[in-house]
Design a protein around this ligand. Structure first.
Ligand code: ATP
Length: 260
């Protein structure tokens, strides 16, 4: 059994084939098909990049997975047999599908440490977290995540004083510390320097050693650095899938990106 299989297979149960499985999903807005017969299969522990021109349906797809938007038709399954269309957004987040939006939402007036501690505490609330003694093991967990996101030396700095890239890493850390099984990450590299972009790719690759990660991104240098399978969306469907080299050599993908 590989490490990934071990993580995703409960004792005695059948190994999970697909951490996320979409089949024949359609969603229309006022008669316009934003998602059109979309199918997608993500394996446990997979890192998958989703690309596609503006309006291809990337955000709507993420909204459908997280329960923010209900599809008109089609299957949306988590761990093979959990039908996500029957659950609301809060349920889906609690089941272990975490999403990081494009804009960081860290609390600027708190330190890096406090932001992580707060995220770890989850529903316990801000005042209890800040004034209660931290539980055994939690400080170690905060330290561990702080090291992963490369902000150890900034632990006592206010989040307001971090660079844009560092805020994004902190936010990824705040999602990761809650131990979701799947992380959905929306355009993390937007507005980052080249060095920050490469560090973000490394961070997501590190996270994907033990988690499934789906990342939507426009920055092709970032997508190349992920070294992952790429899905190209266009007009709400999968246009091409494979390595970045393979999809970027596909004539249909070239036409979509360059315009006909
Ligand atoms: N709530 C909505 N009401 C009406 N139309 C919508 C709604 N949400 C999305 N759309 C339309 O659906 C299509 C797909 O949008 P979506 O935001 O999913 O694309 P995207 O690939 O994420 O684009 P971008 O890269 O620009 O963020 C677009 O034409 C958009 O205008």
């Amino acid at each position: 059994m590989t490490v990934t299989e071990g993580i995703h297979q409960a004792a005695g149960s059948k190994p999970v084939q697909s951490i996320l499985y979409l089949n024949g999903v359609t969603k229309s807005f006022d008669g316009f098909k934003a998602i059109n017969n979309l199918s997608l299969d993500i394996a446990p522990g997979e890192l998958r990049a989703i690309i596609g021109p503006n309006g291809a349906g990337k955000s709507t797809m993420m909204d459908i997975i997280t329960g923010k938007t209900k599809p008109d038709t089609g299957e949306v399954r988590f761990k093979d047999n959990i039908d996500l269309t029957r659950h609301d957004e809060a349920d889906i987040a609690n089941m272990g599908i975490g999403r990081k939006f494009q804009k960081p939402t860290v609390i600027e007036s708190l330190s890096v440490w406090d932001n992580l501690e707060l995220a770890l505490a989850g529903n316990r609330g801000i005042w209890q977290t800040l004034f209660n003694v931290i539980k055994p093991g939690q400080a170690e967990r905060v330290d561990e995540v702080m090291t992963l996101i490369g902000l150890n030396e900034k632990r006592n700095d206010l989040a307001a004083n971090l660079s844009h890239g560092q805020k994004q890493w902190l936010e990824i850390g705040m999602l990761f510390i809650q131990e979701p099984e799947v992380l959905l990450v929306d355009e993390p590299a937007g507005g980052m320097t080249d060095m920050e972009t490469m560090q973000t790719a490394k961070l997501l690759k590190d996270i994907a050693k033990s988690h499934s990660v789906i990342v939507v991104e426009h920055d092709m240098d970032f997508v190349r650095a992920l070294e992952s399978k790429v899905t190209v969306l266009h007009e709400g469907s999968v246009l091409a899938e494979g390595s970045l080299d393979k999809v970027s050599a596909d004539q249909r993908v070239i036409e979509v990106y360059l315009g006909r």
